[in-house]
Design a protein around this ligand. Sequence first.
Ligand code: SF4
Ligand code: SF4
Length: 164
Amino acid sequence: MARPLIVTADRCVACRACELACAVAHSQSRNLIDSVLAEEKLGARLHVATRKGKTAPIVCVHCKKAACMSVCPVDAFERESPEAPVLPIPEKCIGCGKCVEACPFGAITMNGDGSGILKCDVCVQRLAEGADAPACVSACPTKALSFGGIGGKSAAATADDSAA
Ligand code: SF4
Ligand code: SF4
């Protein structure tokens, strides 16, 4: 199964457009100007980091055996199948940070005030509304991020489902 988000690290130029696009896509208004004017606290579900001399986005890979789901004491994650994305349930989260520690990729972070987490949801709402890719993928100017599809389906099949 292709990972939902595929990183080609050699193409990343560290512009961080992916972070901004993710944060805006998950804001109340989903509009940069409006969210800034509303003084909304924006948070990206992926982050650009330098590891071993290479800068690239760190993204959730939606592991089949997801450590975050296993350690969460309040079942604040859900997924439809082992192939489906691991989706956070913010209303349930108590901000204990166990999933942040457990993620082997460092792909989950605490939010600004420590009350919850920031974790990739593959922009499932955006895809359901007809977008052909998550916001970070669409924003990346160098195609360092690409979309592999979700739920065991190819990106093309996912887009067809969204359009139906
Ligand atoms: S921070 Fe939230 S989602 Fe993560 S393990 Fe704790 S309760 Fe679960
Ligand atoms: S938008 Fe693309 S090139 Fe820019 S930091 Fe993100 S992955 Fe790298």
